[in-house]
Design a protein around this ligand. Sequence first.
Ligand code: ADP
Length: 488
Amino acid sequence: MILEDKKKTESLGEKVHIDFKSIRFKYWMSFIGFASVLLLILWLLQIVFLSQFYESMKIREIEKIGDGLKQDYGSDHFHQTLLLTSFTKGVDISIVDEDRYITFPKPEASLFSQPKTIPMDYFKMYFTKLDPKKKPSLVFTQAYQGSDEIQLSYISILGKDEGKLEYLYMTTPLEPVESTVDILKNQLVIISGLSLIVALVVSFFMSNHLAKPLVKMAKSANKLAQGNFDVYFTKGDYTEADELADTLNHATEELSKTLEMRKDLIANVSHDLKTPLTLIKSYGEMIRDISGDNPDLRRDHINTIIQEADNLTVLVNDLLDLSKVESELSHLQVLPVNLETLTWATLDRFKLIEQTRGFHFDLRVEGDSVILADESKIRQVVYNFISNAINYSGASREIQISIKEDKDQVYYGVRDYGEGIPEDQKNYIWDRYYRVKKNHTRGIVGTGLGLFIVQSILKLHGFSYGVESTLGEGSTFYFLAPKNQEEE
Ligand code: ADP
């Protein structure tokens, strides 16, 4: 099984065949798709729309020339301007009068020269349609007499000369765009080919670059899945990959911490379970074989058995509490809870300890002690605080419990005069399975779950909480809960 996984990991890095679902392939395809769309748009613009674009450009140009010439009409150098424009702009320019005669350019002076005229039907179709106010000029295309060549014409009313209406008449061939399109096509084929190759290569490297950190992380995650907690998720070259790496590193750290603690717990719990069981068994045997008939000795032995059974109960309860808290964490039944009453009831449970081990509980209440909370869960917090105070009191037998009403909250603190908690451990004692490292002496039975349960409950309520502790002087565990405002 492990061998198989190993093979899988090894092949991950050296995959030769294309994985169509891989991020690399998808990036690559997206880049190429993007480049193709751009090229397609270019082709459409250049080839398909070129003729239309060309024609409208020509129309705009001829209209502009016509409008310019009209401004000049009547000036002395008008004819010269016409000739010059015709020459520079490559447009045929004529002036036609209302009798269809072409008055400019003048026919060559010779005996047989007759002024040219515009064909009647043509004149009627276009020239007579003009109107000085509504339609002073007109642009149209038509085939050049008898040929395939399309010609663009512009006519416009100029004004009256010697009582006759005069028109400006310009024509220019609309050169077939096909030849231009052919040239463009050839160019575009080359450009497109080159662009696609460049896009292919660049995007290949880019997608590799983008996918690299993820591929690396997948490899590390695979190692992690095999139980190797020494893996480190290296950061990539971009923020998202960095964030992912950070999160995974944090998760790995937490995971290994939890596993470490779980190992400790199993070691502790199995030790703590085994010792009382061994004692119970041996004392049971002793009663059977030796002390059965001796009432004093028998009582002693039975007491030991009871004490050990109590230890077992503590252990088992902690484990049961944890699973209960975890499954019930989602629902809280928040009602007014009287902390003073609740504390007295809890202290009742420790009465035996008070009597047998000489503990002294000092409960001080200032003001009203009613808060809003889930009673059974807060009872557990109070119980755990007090039982920890007992467990870690060392030689001291004094435990102080203070309840203080403040402006809008109530302070609840349990103080002991025991060994205290080292500064560097204060943050960890709330972690699941965490126990301050020290020689695990018998007598303090624990799982490292008590404060984790406390923390889960207080967090769920949204109460602030904490610990103040000085090594050798003792600790105060506390929480602050909102007052029950309704009662006032
Ligand atoms: P447990 O008591 O079962 O070990 P807890 O979660 O209740 O687990 O406590 C975690 C650890 O915090 C304890 O093992 C102990 O080292 C430390 N601790 C808790 N309460 C006190 C206290 N009142 N004084 C000193 N150390 C404490």
